[in-house]
Each structure stands twice: as structure tokens, then as C-alpha cells.
Design a protein around this ligand. Sequence first.
Ligand SMILES: C[S@@+](CC[C@H](N)C(=O)[O-])C[C@H]1O[C@@H](n2cnc3c(N)ncnc32)[C@H](O)[C@@H]1O
Length: 621
Amino acid sequence: MLTKKQVQVLDFIKTYRAKNDYAPSLDEIRRKFKLASVSTAHYYISKLQDAGFLNKEHNQPRAVSTVKAKQTIEIPILGAIAAGQPIEAIEIPDETITITKDEIGQQGKHYALRVQGSSMIDEGIFDGDIVVVRKQDVAENGQTVVAVIDDNEATLKKLYRENGKFRLQPANPTLFPIYRDEVEVRGVVVKIIRNLESQLDQGQSRDEKYVRKIDYSWDYRGEKTKSYTHGIHTYPAMFIPQVGRRLLETYSKEGDTICDIFCGSGSALVESRLIGRNAYGIDLNPLAIVLAKAKTTPINPQKLTKEYLSLLDRVEKIKDNEIKRPGFKNIDFWFKDKVIVKLAKLKKAMREVKDKTIQDFLMVAFSETVRYSSNTKTGEFKLVRVKGDKLEKHDPDVIGIFRKHAEKNIAGMADFYKDAEKNSWTRIIYGDSSKDNEIKANSIDCIVTSPPYGDSRTTVAYGQFSRLSAQWIDVFEDSNDASGVDNDLLGGRATKNLIHTLSSGYLKESLEKIAKQDEARAKDVLSFNLGLNECLKQAHRILKPGKYFCLVVGNRLVKQVRIPTDFIIAELAEKIGFTCEDIIVRNIPGKRMPIKNSPTNIVGALEETMNKESIVVLRKN
Ligand SMILES: C[S@@+](CC[C@H](N)C(=O)[O-])C[C@H]1O[C@@H](n2cnc3c(N)ncnc32)[C@H](O)[C@@H]1O
């Protein structure tokens, strides 16, 4: 369906093309419709592309072209429907929406309703969305229906028949189902249309210096995030590939050189390679470097499979007395003896793979095997040992785990090898982004990154997460150095006092509030922001003037004080020589974060887990 604004944008593109023989740029669209940013213009273009009104031509702003008109249909919006408690069904046809027939199928009569409430959020239906419903009075088990109960109360729920009754099931774990003997079905949902435009252009009317815009179109709820090499290894707080790609497509073009200054496992770098950007990635966690290299180095899948199969043969033949047990501290605490022997055999066979890129790629599956066969709780990012009965019964099938991961990884590589842009390159630098990493000044066309949410000790301990793998795969000369990584990351060493010259009112305010409760925690927060400020300066140095720097950040709670990291970055960056052009808020549907964190260090005291993050878009002056 096309909303009024989308129709206007489409008309503008058509007229512009007819006049100039090429399409308008994103910036021209932004100016024409007085949109807040080019990312909003990009949003309209992608919606028109998704609906089939514009061709997808590598998302080059000037390359969009209109396609032949599709068969459309006008559907009445009949009113509102409760996704929460049932409300009285109101049917006042006032508005219509236009939708292409392909989107809903050729059969049946349709109507649309505006959704109120949040009981269907797990089905991706949010307050303010529009649902298109096919009229019918029967539904299959599990379908999302418009149901009328108790005479005239309409609600939107999933319908199940059970023991002669009907269960109307909300898709929100905090709500209870409704049971009725009778339910009148008024139709089945065939399409959900996210209500974005009001949120996109209205912003917040708060008395803040910066404005956050909530934009559900950045959530990518339910979309596949493990395609290509994205799924070859778990890493904390990974980018959703769709977010990385959209930022790259909006703020850079094919052939550009981009950089991710906190590249982690390399998600943004994989995307940049797939859409023809050259890329630098920087990280200070050695395991991240291994992962990012493996994810972004295309390898012929046939060669890979051949080496993998002969490796499996070799492992079988290695005898127990031929292996070398690694000598790092506490190995027996984290691994059972049987497991150590199997892992050591795998490692020996792996080291015999002659082609180094293949060896490094297979090492990633080995690293996951180390995590899964260790005595740690695999659902945690910190190293926590399983206990009691569970530990006793722990008997992992080491080779089986390795095979499962290696085979899945090879399949991912086959897709990446096929689609990675052959003429683009990726360079991964092991370094500290708050320092000069030998990337030339004014050489980068776009920076897309996601910094840590805070210091490693009280947020995500990247070093701790990586430690056992890093020790097994020898990323350190002395494997006992692996425990020091977290101290070197942003905020790893608390400041001596709270005196600083950082120019951010938001930071000052947060520090004061936290220090009143806990001075040590305030020093951690200050240390993190001092480091981040140095990273912003380095980013400014390497970026070309007029180009974009996008940061996906979280506003964490410390001592029940919400730290507005997005606003702090905007303030610090504007002092350095950037302009803050946009702050977009997205929900985090799938980012792997600690489920419970207790930064207060009081057992049982939990601070909320982040479920929203901000995308700060800066432009170098
Ligand atoms: C949020 S994660 C990035 C995850 C990444 N986007 C991905 O998809 O895997 C933040 C990363 O910043 C890295 N980091 C922390 N301090 C750093 C510093 N001073 N220099 C470079 N990297 C740093 C951490 O090691 C971690 O990998």
C-alpha cells in the first residue's frame, strides 16, 4: 500500500525524471519534502521499492527508476481495533489505503483497521499499525483474526479451538488469553502496515537540545540475521545486518571506503563487502579480529569442504598420547579431562591445514566448540561455571559440536563467496580506536559502528566472553594474557577522580547523580566517556569533510540513572567538528545482551536490560 506521503514522493520522482532524465538524489527528496534527514528520504525510497513502484538498482539514489504501474486496489479503513482489551467495534469508513494486488492476493474482499494496544507485539503488530483483513467467517487454528465477542466487542488475537471452546491468544507474554464458548470471526489478517510516517516526521516535542525519533522500520523484527557468514560465531551485541546495510546504503555509495571503528565480529564489514564498499575494521579484542577476518575473507567452498573432510579423517587417527594439552591457568576448572583430549586432537588436526585462510576459517567453528564443550553456562556472556548435578552430567560430544558448526559455517561461506563483491577489499586492524591506527586523515567516506554500551566490567565483558576460545586458539603469545583484555577496552580503567574537561552538560548531570550514590561507579562512567571522546576525535581525523559517522548506541542505566549516551555523543561530537543530523530510536528485538545484569553488585538487584538503542547520525563539518 502507499500512504499519501509515499504517493507524493513517487509523483515527485516521476516528474523529476521526466524533466531531467535521471532521478533526484536523496538530499533533493529530503529538501523537497522538508524531511528531517536523508535517512528519512531513504526510508521512502525503500518503501516504494519494496512495494514494487521503484526499481532496486543498488540503491544508488540517482539510479532509482519507476516501474510500470502495478494493479492496485483501494481498501477502506473501517476504524480501530483493540490489540489489547476488546473495544466496541466501530465501523465508520472515513479513509482508504491503496495497496498493490500482489500484496494481498487476488481473492476475497478486504478492509483495514488501525491497531490500538500492544497485545500482538510478538507477531510484529504494534500500536498505531494498520492491518489489512480478508473478510471471512472461519479461520484456521493459529491464524490472527478479527474476532467479535460478547455481542459487539472486537479484538485482534490468534484464534485456537480447544476442548470445545475458543482461545483468543495475545502475542505478548505478559497478557492472558481470553476463553469464550462463542466467537464471531470477521476476517483474517493478511498484511500489517507499520505506521511510521507520523513518527518519522514529528519527532519529540521535549525541551531537549536534540530530538529522538522513534522509527520502527529499523527494528527488523523477525528478519533473518544469520545469513552469509553472519551466523558463524556468537559475539555479544552484534549488529543486525539489516541495520548495518541500511546505514551503509544511506550514507555511502558503491566503491567508497568505509570504516567500523569497533568492528567486533565484523557484521558491518560483511555487509559492506556484499554491497561493494571497501572497508577497514578496528577492534581491540583479539578474538574479534579472528572472527572479523574469517567472516570477510571469501573462500572457495569446494576447497573448504575438501579440507574439512580430510581434517575429520585426521582427527579420527590421532592417538591420545600424540596430543599436547594447552597449559593455561585453570584449564581443569573450565574443561573436563575427556573434553581437553578431544579439543586437543581437533586443534592438532586443524594446525595441519596448510592453507592459512582455510585454517583460520575452520578455527571459528573450533572456537564455538570450545565454548559449547566447556563447563560454562553458554547462555551467558560472562564466564560462569555450571554447578552440581549439571556439571556432573556434562558430557559434550566435542566432535559432533564441531561438525555441526563447521558445516553450517561452510554453507554460510558458500553464499558469501557467491555474492561478495570481487573488487572490494576489507582490512582488519588490531588496535585501539582512541589512538591513531595509521588510517590516513580525511580518507574515509563513511563510518558505521556500534561502541560498547559502557565499561566491560559492568556491561558486556567482551574479553571474558572471548577468553577460553582465545586461549585455545593461541591468539596470545602468553595465553594467560587473555584475562587482561577487558582492562584495555573503553572504560576498562576507572579514573582517579571525577575532574574532567569534557564538554557535555548531559554527562555532567549523569555523573553528579551517580556520584551521589556511588563515586566508584561514576569514575567508571567518566573513564568510558573520556575514551569515547578520544575515539570521536580519531573518527573526525580519518573521515572526509561532509561525510557521515553513524553510531548505534545504548542509553544504559547506572544506579537507576539513565545515561543519555546518544545526547552525550552528540554534544561531544559537535565540539570536535561534527553536526548531529539525526537521532533515531529502534527496538532491539534480537540483540544478544546479558539477560540479567546486576551492576549494583548486590545479589538479586537487577538493572533493566536494554531493549532500545539510538542511531546517532553525525556529519563532519
Ligand atoms: C558492540 S561491540 C561491536 C559489535 C559489532 N558491531 C558486531 O557486529 O560484532 C563493541 C566492540 O568494541 C570493541 N572495543 C572496545 N573498546 C575498544 C577500543 N578502545 N578500540 C577498539 N575496539 C574497542 C570491543 O572489543 C567490542 O568488540
